[in-house]
Design a protein around this ligand. Structure first.
Ligand code: ADQ
Length: 477
């Protein structure tokens, strides 16, 4: 069986417990095949040469971690500039925030070429290469130009915008051509897939060539949706752990007389956090019975602070939370607890469980794993209610959540009220159905489905290796 090579902007050591579902799932596959994980080291070298960066190799069990440093100029153009200042906003339908004049594109190409140059000598002929996310769209084209004929797949973690929005990105034709250098391109939802197929048809004259197959630029591309999930078992295990139980008890004790709503996000303008605060304010204004009773805990981890739009959202949020607490709060009750920090992953299930409503209101989100984590953390006997933006990939699957349009502040407030008032039997029925869906589409299935589409014999070999490992683990030695 070949080896899996995962390429992503940042890598995670799969042995570390804080790594999260994606790293755990990829780590498991990498361990089974003995793999390579390649990406940026996180180091920014002042005074380095553009298009150049040292390679570092480190062994993590059977997994080789290979990372490349970036010089300041490359980092600013590739990461902060083109990836997070152009592609991130445009792919989240925020053309108003995209910095098209920034001259970042050359740096984006340069770093993708650097990654390809550093990766090629590490590749073996029977490797299967899986590239992740918008930072690395042109990587396969660069690898192909260097003579690589391995199977190469790409998964887009963020939304694929409608053709009319994507067409506003000046390099959209080039990016579309670059995607056709892959063998498989995966999207989070059917909506995203539909947008890509439409764009490839209109702008590149792509023709259907079988189920899930498009033909353009003399290449055949398998394009499909593979909704990502969480590692439900891992999350439930975390939930039974000491830190999660402590977080639950402390929170429940501290807010014994309150009903908690919770939001957990990276602090990003796509996550709809200001709209959420406004909706909560509206709830308190129109349903005064919630005053002195409902408290919204909003945890927002610092993110991409070097990008201008992120500093603005932070200020806006602080202003909104301050005004809400000033206008509605009193000595014994603060309506919103805003925490601008990353919470330890081991504590998260306890916090989710302590809240009777999970408020997930992105304006646009590829999937949103917090929604799934919230469901997986609930007490099945007395579960909380998930309020979920219809503009997330998760909404395509999680039909039993209460859907909201986050732009409709009044409507969202009414849905929050409905969630707070929901009878136990309905909460249980919804939670039961949601949990089944989350289990069915967990991160392991996502991984297996993608790899099967990319290379069937590899995926079969992987399943076989996994079975053998399991058997060996169970058999008495
Ligand atoms: P993100 O935009 O980062 O991911 P999300 O899917 O919600 O968004 O994943 C966030 C992860 O980080 C979750 O596991 C969550 O627990 C954790 N997290 C978020 N805020 C935190 C905080 N304050 N403290 C601690 N942990 C926090 C991108 C796409 C998503 C897509 C994922 C996976 O934007 O749409 O679901 O990739 O494909």
């Amino acid at each position: 069986m070949g080896r899996l090579v995962v390429v992503s902007n940042r890598i995670a050591d799969p042995r570390k417990p804080a790594a999260g579902g994606l790293a755990v799932a990829l780590g498991e596959v990498l361990r089974n095949t003995g793999g390579l994980w390649f990406g940026w080291s996180g180091a920014i070298v002042d005074g380095g040469t553009p298009g150049d960066g040292d390679l570092h190799l480190q062994q993590a069990g059977p997994v080789t971690l290979a990372t490349v440093d970036l010089c300041r100029e490359d980092h600013d153009a590739y990461y902060a500039g083109y990836s997070n200042g152009v592609l991130w906003p445009a792919f989240h339908y925020r053309l108003d925030l995209a910095d098209f004049d920034g001259q970042y594109f050359d740096g984006y190409r340069r770093v993708n070429r650097l990654f390809a140059r550093r990766l090629v000598p590490l590749l073996r002929p029977d490797d299967v290469v899986w590239v992740h996310d918008y930072h690395l769209i042109p990587l396969a084209a660069e690898l192909r130009a260097a003579g690589c004929s391995q199977r190469i797949g790409f998964f887009l973690h963020i939304p694929m915008p409608p053709s009319q929005i994507f067409a506003a990105v000046p390099q959209h034709e080039w990016l579309t051509r670059a995607l056709f250098a892959y063998d498989v391109v995966g999207f989070q939802s059917r909506t995203d897939l539909g947008h890509f197929v439409e764009h490839a048809r209109c702008s590149a004259g792509a023709k259907p060539a079988g189920e899930h197959v498009l033909e353009a630029f003399g290449r055949r591309l398998h394009a499909r949706s593979f909704p990502i999930g969480i590692d439900v078992d891992e999350f439930e295990r975390l939930g039974r752990g000491k830190e999660a139980r402590e977080a639950f008890l402390t929170t429940r004790t501290e807010y014994a007389r309150r009903r908690l709503l919770i939001g957990v996000d990276r602090l990003d303008y796509t996550k709809g956090i200001p709209q959420r605060i406004r909706a909560f304010r509206e709830l308190l204004a129109h349903h005064p019975a919630n005053r002195h009773s409902a408290t919204l805990i909003q945890i927002a981890s610092p993110s991409r602070e070097s990008v201008e739009a992120y500093a603005e959202i932070r200020e806006e949020l602080e202003r909104l939370c301050g005004a809400l607490n000033g206008d509605f709060g009193d000595l014994g009750w603060m309506p919103v607890r805003y925490i601008h920090r990353t919470v330890a992953r081991r504590r998260l299930p306890g916090l989710y469980r302590a809240a009777c409503v999970g408020v997930i209101t992105p304006l646009r989100d590829g999937m949103n794993l917090v929604a799934k984590e919230y469901v997986a953390s609930q007490d099945a006997a007395d579960p909380g209610v998930l309020v979920l933006s219809r503009f997330t990939g998760a909404a395509e699957q999680l039909a039993e959540a209460l859907p909201v349009n986050p732009y409709d502040i009044r409507g969202t407030a009414e849905t929050l009220q409905q969630a707070l008032a929901m009878p136990l039997a309905e909460r249980q029925a919804r939670h039961d159905a949601l949990l089944r869906r989350i289990r069915e589409h967990d991160v392991h299935r996502w991984c297996a489905d993608f790899l099967e589409a990319l290379d069937e014999p590899f995926a079969e070999g992987l399943a076989h290796a996994r079975r053998q490992r399991r058997r060996a683990a169970l058999s008495p030695s």
